[in-house]
Design a protein around this ligand. Structure first.
Ligand code: PLP
Length: 398
């Protein structure tokens, strides 16, 4: 089919919640590259929004999916699943958690975290401890509970009344958090590095104080590492940057390297609040998803891709700061590892994104003023140099 035909079909049949998509349709990918219908090559600096951590069509991931699909794809959580047990072990042995439950997406993993926090206190004899405090500008998903957790009105306003007992406070303001905590609070839930609002890392001191406050007040700390986890920020988990451990954290995006899977990860004794019948999923943790997850995660660990993320991230941010010196339009370059946002003084983000597309580079935009780069963790200096040269040319002509 031609691009025109595909667009016509899409417009007629697909329920459009994504607005005008970029006018390109990919046919194949390899490493950092994607090819469109005309054979034009694009360097993927967005990685499916922080998903394709290994780049495209990584042989370890492809083989794992093909081999498992040849054996069988799905059975049910009524039975023991080898790849599920192995993936849970891999996460536990490389993180601070003791138990893992698998979901199909980030929002679903977060729903599980919210349920677990509430149930933990209910089973301890405090059913009134129900409230969850989140941060302004956060993003936790599109389901009704995760929308209520998300501290951005634009996502919430059409769905009122929202699921009750969620409250957002400003990030990096420990007094605001302290004032918001009551006897009804069961958890604080936050992204240590916010993604969807344009890459905003929390202050290290703030996160340390949040951990301390949660300990003092006897409430749980949940980290949403759906976007910032699994090597993206230069460490295996973003919580490592802050010298604290959450009681619960969630994963998705990079976990399957492109195959949908999410995970709810919890320390004991919190994890054990979920007993048989308390939670579940038909598809979550199925053999195919967990085989993909095992291949993706073991590659991130064995190839130390989180280290490449740290080194390449520093290099990338350094080069972007070079462009900031050169062009007055750049207000700020921020991020950690390969989770990078560039804020402009003027509303030029969409224009820059489109010009990057024309030049064969895929990036994201957040609102009118911020562009976002979340490239695969396999990226090289040459890839970054190519992008910087293209962006330099674009900014020069803005
Ligand atoms: C931090 C964070 N949490 C949760 C989600 C929701 O994940 P999903 O779209 O897989 O439901 C996202 C998605 O962008 C995210 O960035």
């Amino acid at each position: 089919m031609t691009l025109k035909e595909i667009i016509a079909l899409d417009k007629k049949y697909y329920l459009n919640t994504f607005g005008d998509r970029l006018p390109v349709c990919f046919t194949r990918g390899e490493g950092m590259k994607l090819w469109d219908l005309d054979g034009k090559v694009y360097y993927d600096f967005l990685a499916g929004i922080a998903v394709n951590a290994l780049g495209h069509s990584h042989p370890a991931l492809v083989n794992a999916i093909v081999e498992q699909a040849k054996k069988f794809i799905h059975c049910s959580n009524y039975y023991y699943i080898e790849s599920q047990a192995k993936l849970a072990q891999l996460i536990v042995e490389n993180s601070c958690c003791d138990k893992v439950f698998f979901a199909n997406s980030g929002a679903e993993a977060n729903e599980g975290a919210i349920k677990l926090a509430r149930l933990y206190y209910r089973k301890k004899g405090f059913p009134e401890k129900f409230e969850i405090i989140t941060l302004e500008k956060s993003f936790h998903g599109r389901t009704l509970a995760t929308l209520a957790a998300t501290g951005q009105e634009k996502y919430q306003k059409n769905y009122c009344p929202l699921t009750p007992k969620f409250l957002s406070v400003p990030m990096n303001d420990i007094y605001a958090l302290d004032r918001a905590i009551t006897e009804y609070t069961c958890a604080v839930m936050l992204e240590p590095i916010q993604g969807e609002s344009g890459v905003n890392p929390a202050n290290v001191d703030y996160i340390k104080q949040v951990r301390k406050l949660c300990n003092e007040k006897g409430i749980l700390l949940i980290f949403d590492e759906v976007q910032c986890g699994l090597g993206r920020t230069g460490k295996m988990f973003a919580y490592e940057h802050f010298g604290v451990e959450p009681d619960i954290f969630t994963l998705a995006k990079a976990l399957g390297g492109g195959f949908p899977i999410g995970a709810l990860c919890a320390k004991e004794p919190v994890a054990s609040a979920f007993e048989p019948g308390d939670h579940g999923s038909t598809f979550g943790g199925n053999p195919l998803a967990c085989s993909a997850g095992y291949a993706a995660l073991s590659t991130i660990i064995n190839d130390r891709l989180y280290e490449n993320s740290a080194v390449m991230g520093d290099y990338f941010i350094g080069k972007l700061n070079g462009l900031k010196e050169k062009y007055g339009i750049i207000k700020e370059v921020r991020g950690k590892g390969l989770m990078i946002g560039v804020e402009f003084f003027q509303p030029k983000a969409v224009e820059v994104k489109l010009k990057c597309l024309e030049s064969g580079y895929l990036i994201g935009s957040v609102g009118d003023n911020i562009i976002r780069m979340l490239p695969p963790l396999i990226i090289t200096k040459e890839d970054i140099d190519g992008f910087i040269a293209a962006l330099d040319g674009i900014l020069e002509k803005l």
